[in-house]
Design a protein around this ligand. Structure first.
Ligand code: NAP
Ligand code: ZN
Length: 354
């Protein structure tokens, strides 16, 4: 009788439990699937917490077209390293780490060489992308396998559940605020007080700016001020909007749906940055840019080095997300509440409940 040959651990796939959407118009349901066998440069992570981003909803419902089902969303991941491949140098078993919106890129192009992997034409998103011959599956699960160059270190002074949203919401607003050098003496407007918006208020304030929130929700005024805003403008109120015309150096728009862009509120030479990605494209009121020599820009998440910089910035300034911690079976309810702007300010799933 020949001895049984056990496959090397790195050759083995692993079974994990999560939640998946199987079609654009059905709720997410429990889903068991295989993670790939770790490669020598891979880190296996036991997921602890996973944030719910509005992009998860856009994708689960195929609002941007092209969703491959089953779709396991989730790109705000915090967990512990459970295994490292032979060639992993940055992490060891037991480290507390994060994974955001990307899990791969070409490492060779101009964008990658500038630490801008998010703009690499071959970048691989954490879910609903192709990598190693399969459709990537995200953080709504107990376990994930990721190349170490797309893993970041979670600072030890921040609570892990409230840290998860930094991996997408945090970096998506930090990147443009840092790139366009928001600083003391500037007036910054944040449009939409949801997951991204509330992080933008905290980060812009920590960068020294005076922050005004533009919100459609009158019931968020008090908490906007607590988050660090100096004032709040209810954007449905035309008089209130008119009263702040021409006042802002920078406006960062985080709204998830089509709506009027607030160009009139910018100063001459002011900058309007959109990060929200509505299902239907915006109409561009060109005259309102032209009369004021204003600029319009967009920004996509942030590179991996910048994500680590953002985490270190948040560690230094004690910035975390305001979260509502939920169980996996609450995901569909959470989606409905996000769509009603009823979120203060990020749902985070306890991954032990998958
Ligand atoms: P969210 O939590 O749903 O926040 C969006 C906020 O926008 C809402 O809370 C609401 O705030 C406001 N809003 C909603 N509908 C509106 C409408 N019709 N008119 C005006 N305001 C409205 O979403 P999120 O997770 O922060 O994501 C926001 C958007 O950014 C999504 O489209 C997402 O896909 C996108 N995103 C982009 C990137 C990137 O790299 N560029 C990264 C992540 C996410 P008020 O109640 O204060 O009005
Ligand atoms: Zn996101």
């Amino acid at each position: 009788q020949p001895p049984a040959i056990l496959p090397a651990i790195s050759k083995m796939t692993s079974t994990t439990q999560g939640y998946a959407a199987h079609a654009k118009d059905t709720p997410l349901v429990p889903f068991t699937f295989e993670r790939r066998a770790p490669l020598p440069t891979d880190v296996s992570i036991d997921i602890l917490f996973s944030g719910i981003c509005h992009s998860d909803i856009h994708t689960a419902r195929s609002e941007w077209a092209g969703t491959t089902y089953p779709c396991v969303p989730g790109h705000e991941i915090v967990g512990r390293v459970s295994h490292v491949g032979d060639k992993v140098t940055k992490y060891k078993v037991g480290d507390t780490v994060g994974v955001g919106c990307m899990v791969g890129s070409c490492h060779a192009c101009d964008a990658c060489s500038k630490d801008l992997e998010q703009y690499c034409s071959k970048s691989v998103f954490t879910y609903n992308s192709q990598q190693h011959g399969e459709n990537t599956k995200g953080g709504y699960s107990k376990h994930i396998v990721v190349d170490e160059s797309f893993v970041v270190r979670i600072p030890s002074n921040l609570p892990l559940d409230a840290c998860a949203p930094l991996l997408c919401a945090g970096i998506t607003v930090y990147s443009p605020l840092a790139h366009w050098k928001v600083s003391a003496g500037q007036r910054v407007g944040i449009v939409g007080l949801g997951g991204l918006g509330h992080m933008a208020v905290k980060i812009a304030k920590a960068m020294g700016a005076e922050v005004t929130v533009f919100s459609t929700s009158a019931n968020k005024v008090e908490s906007a001020l607590k988050l660090g805003a100096t004032s709040v403008v209810i954007s449905k109120d035309k008089n209130a909007l008119a009263a702040v015309a021409g006042k802002f150096d920078v406006i960062l728009d985080t709204v998830s749906q089509d709506h009027d862009l607030l160009f009139d509120q910018l100063k001459i030479d002011g900058l309007y940055i959109v990060v929200g990605i509505p299902e239907t494209p915006y109409t561009l009121p060109a005259g309102r840019l032209i009369f004021g020599r204003r600029s319009l820009a967009g920004s996509l998440i942030g590179g991996i080095k910048e994500t680590q910089d953002m985490l270190d910035f948040c560690s230094k300034h004690n910035i975390i997300s305001d979260i509502e911690l939920v169980k996996a079976d609450y995901i569909n309810t959470a989606y409905e509440r996000v769509l009603k702007s009823d979120v203060k300010y990020r749902f985070v799933i306890d991954a032990s409940t998958f």
